[in-house]
Design a protein around this ligand. Structure first.
Ligand SMILES: Nc1ncnc2c1ncn2[C@@H]1O[C@H](COP(=O)(O)OP(=O)(O)OP(=O)(O)O)[C@@H](O)[C@H]1O
Ligand SMILES: [Mg+2]
Length: 284
């Protein structure tokens, strides 16, 4: 196993003592099990910017506040400095979110810091101490599925109360620990207030959870927690412990302006793509 240079720097600096084994290499990062003193932890080493999907990020970054106008201009210009800046922001987004969410009582891995592009955090384990399985890899009883669903919906509410939406929540970004589910993988976290796509992303996150857990408890498939919590959030009345019913009746009188705007934008985009297609044909 070739240890990444960034992990060697962490050993040099005494942040960790040893790399025990690679855990998983995902699309955007490689995760290692490491030892720091007597503690076993995990280290997430982010892959290079070039290997990640740019398009995905453009949408996510819409709502993220840039640090200052110089940075914002640099990012917008796509210059070398801009790319560096954007890379730093991308990597920091996950660390920032973990600290903020821990503080707000959301069950996420405890962060121990961010060094040389490496996030050191709690290793989530199962009851035997092995790295925890993902929600999509376990078999559940209907009772467990209902319980996990309730717990996860509450985590999503708490995140929303922090102004954050996970943005990539699925059975593969939830680990199953002995005390229940733990949400992981936050680099794409989006701000709930400043992004046109926020509602869509929230509903997609909740729907992914519901679809996964609905396999074990089909009655969950008739619930509308995402819609319900978004309505309360927009009305400014959503609190971390606000009880939810899962029932939701859309308000016929209120026009869904975001929906209208999205539809218009989609139509525009489609027209543009068709136009480009026609122009390409003309050139042939
Ligand atoms: N704190 C943790 N404790 C235990 N296992 C973890 C932890 N963080 C990550 N993992 C494992 O590493 C895998 C990849 O981590 P993560 O999802 O954060 O990175 P990723 O590169 O975005 O992955 P992907 O693209 O596959 O979603 C997870 O699916 C999980 O199995
Ligand atoms: Mg992941």
């Amino acid at each position: 196993m070739k240890t990444p240079a960034s992990l060697l720097m962490l050993i040099d600096e005494g942040v960790i003592d040893e790399v025990l084994r690679p855990l998983k290499s995902g699309k955007e990062a490689s995760v290692y099990v490491v030892r720091a003193g007597d503690d076993v932890r995990c280290a997430k080493v982010y892959k290079d910017m070039a290997q990640r999907s740019f398009q995905k990020r453009a949408q996510y970054q819409e709502g993220r506040k840039s640090r200052g106008s110089r940075e914002a201009r640099a990012v917008a210009s796509g210059s070398r400095y801009g790319r560096k800046q954007q890379e730093a922001e991308w990597k920091n987004a996950e660390v920032d979110a973990l600290y903020q969410l821990r503080e707000a009582g959301v069950r996420v891995p405890e962060p121990y810091g961010f060094f040389h592009g490496v996030l050191v955090m709690e290793l989530v384990t199962d009851a035997e101490g092995f790295s925890a399985p993902r929600l999509g890899e376990v078999e559940l009883t209907p009772e467990q599925a209902r319980e996990y669903h309730a717990v996860l919906v509450r985590q999503v509410v708490r995140m929303l109360c922090c102004g954050l939406i996970h943005g990539d929540l699925s059975a593969y970004n939830v680990l199953v620990g002995p005390d229940g589910p733990v949400v992981i993988d936050f680099p794409q976290v989006v701000s709930a207030g400043g992004n046109n796509a926020a509602r869509t992303m929230l509903l997609r996150d909740v729907n992914n959870l519901t679809a996964t857990l609905g396999r074990w408890a089909p009655e969950l498939l008739d619930t509308w927690y995402g819609e319900e919590m978004w309505e309360l959030f927009e009305a400014g009345t959503l609190l971390p412990d606000t009880p939810l019913t899962g029932q939701f009746t859309p308000d016929e009188r209120s026009v869904d302006l975001d929906g209208v705007r999205d539809a218009i934008n989609d139509a525009r985009e489609l027209a543009l793509i068709r136009q480009q297609g026609r122009e390409a044909q003309d050139e042939d």
